[in-house]
Write a protein that binds this ligand. Structure first.
Ligand code: ADP
Ligand code: MG
Ligand code: MG
Ligand code: MG
Length: 397
């Protein structure tokens, strides 16, 4: 009875649930621990004592706890996360956790345990470098985005998928927290008083606000491909050999450049934080190379898929691919700018900047982050090549 109707799992009930799934040979010897951060979802690790085999159960909670107030969130996002992981596994099985079971009623996904991996954000903060990361993320993005776009799908299939991945609650979080609140004097914003003059410069910049409005409208309306939707460095698990992208609960059909932009932004935020360290020149060039190689891999893989596809109305007209890649590139830079600004002054910060110990340095670096973010948003149509983009970032570092 306990496992049929939605209720948040406890370490006891999650074991009862997993016992019903015949995943383990010794289901009476399971130990569960909650290992998530507990804001939007519960994440349990279950270990079988005899064999040390383990799995993860991630369950959605019906609300988000944000600064003391709670706002309701659809449990449907668990289904979206599961379905997204399964669709992604069709094109890049090596880059996502394997899904073992999905329960829509209980809003949970049972998946491969990746506890041998580390979260990329923490690794980058600790100055660790992952040489395969750019190739992995570039290939992940090209494969997932191309295969769910109208360049690969029959228009009937595409439109059915768009309906299936309507994700209004989670999109609203992005619409508010990435594209709106940070650009106005909104109560969800969070920044120290010392940063106020720089923040007010953002709020007073009409040209910037116009461009942010355009980018927000693109996010709302351009159903180009099935996005991950939350591709920051906390959604990426790494080892020296392997990369796994987790947590696609924000998945929906949006502009392709959004995922690229969020990834770039989080790498750039980490690069900015290295201005406070002594190893900075080597680390900075590695991080810039990561953004460069991610784009190069993405464009190469996307082109390969384009050439192989047989949607003849697109692929036999040579001018379309370069035009489309330029659009993705320009959008990615704009979205990266929005992400840099919101991670600096909005509701959800990044540890890369907040963990800078010397407060004066932290403020200085956050001021640079705001300037760079605003600059990328406003200049995105002039930064029409990779080297322009890298030069612009170098200028801010
Ligand atoms: P949320 O949507 O709440 O952010 P995540 O999917 O990002 O949830 O997971 C939160 C944390 O739980 C991760 O940072 C990681 O520490 C742990 N976790 C999630 N999935 C796995 C997994 N498959 N294997 C091991 N740990 C995981
Ligand atoms: Mg963790
Ligand atoms: Mg999440
Ligand atoms: Mg997460």
């Amino acid at each position: 009875a306990v496992v049929n109707q939605y209720a948040p799992f406890t370490t006891q009930t999650v074991v009862e649930f997993v016992k019903t799934l015949s995943i383990f040979d010794h289901p009476n010897r399971l130990i569960a621990n909650e290992i998530g951060d507990g804001n939007l979802n519960l994440v349990f690790q279950l270990v079988e004592l005899e064999t040390n085999r383990s799995i993860i159960v991630k369950q959605a909670l019906p609300y988000a706890k944000v600064v003391g107030e709670s706002w309701p969130l659809s449990l449907n996002r668990a289904k979206i996360e599961s379905e997204s992981l399964r669709i992604t596994a069709k094109v890049v099985p090596d880059l996502v956790p394997h899904v073992l079971h999905t329960d829509h009623e209980l809003a949970c996904t049972v998946m491969e345990d990746l506890s041998d991996y580390n979260i990329l954000r923490t690794e980058l903060i600790s100055n660790h470098h992952y040489p395969l990361l750019a190739e992995h993320i570039g290939r992940y993005l090209a494969q997932t985005l191309f295969s769910t776009s109208d360049f690969a799908l029959h228009p009937f299939v595409k439109k059915e998928l768009v309906q299936k991945f309507t994700n209004p609650d989670l999109c609203k979080i992005t619409e508010d927290l990435v594209f709106t609140d940070p650009f106005f004097d909104h109560p969800t914003n969070d920044f120290p008083t010392e940063l106020r003059p720089a923040v007010e410069a953002i709020w007073a910049d009409e040209t910037l606000l116009t461009e942010v409005g355009i980018l927000k409208f693109q996010f709302l309306t351009q159903a180009e491909a099935l996005l991950h939707g939350d591709l920051h460095t906390g959604s990426i698990f790494v080892t020296s050999q392997s990369t796994k992208v987790i947590d696609p609960e924000f998945a929906f059909f949006g502009p392709i450049g959004f995922d690229l932009g969020q990834f770039f932004a989080n790498i750039i935020l980490n690069a900015l934080s290295k201005l406070a360290t002594t190893e900075r020149p080597a680390l900075l060039s590695e991080l810039l190379r990561t953004t460069e190689r991610t784009w190069i891999t993405f464009a190469q893989e996307f082109t390969k898929l384009w050439d192989e596809s047989n949607q003849e109305i697109y692929t036999n007209v040579s001018g379309i691919l370069p035009r489309f890649l330029l659009k993705i590139w320009t959008d990615a830079i704009g979205f990266a700018g929005c992400e840099i600004v919101r991670r600096t002054i909005g509701l959800a910060h990044v540890a890369d900047l907040d963990s800078i110990e010397d407060f004066h340095t932290q403020i200085e670096i956050k001021e640079r982050a705001l300037q760079l973010g605003a600059d990328l948003i406003k200049s995105r149509t002039q930064l029409y090549s990779l080297s322009h983009f890298i030069q612009r970032i170098k200028g801010a570092l």
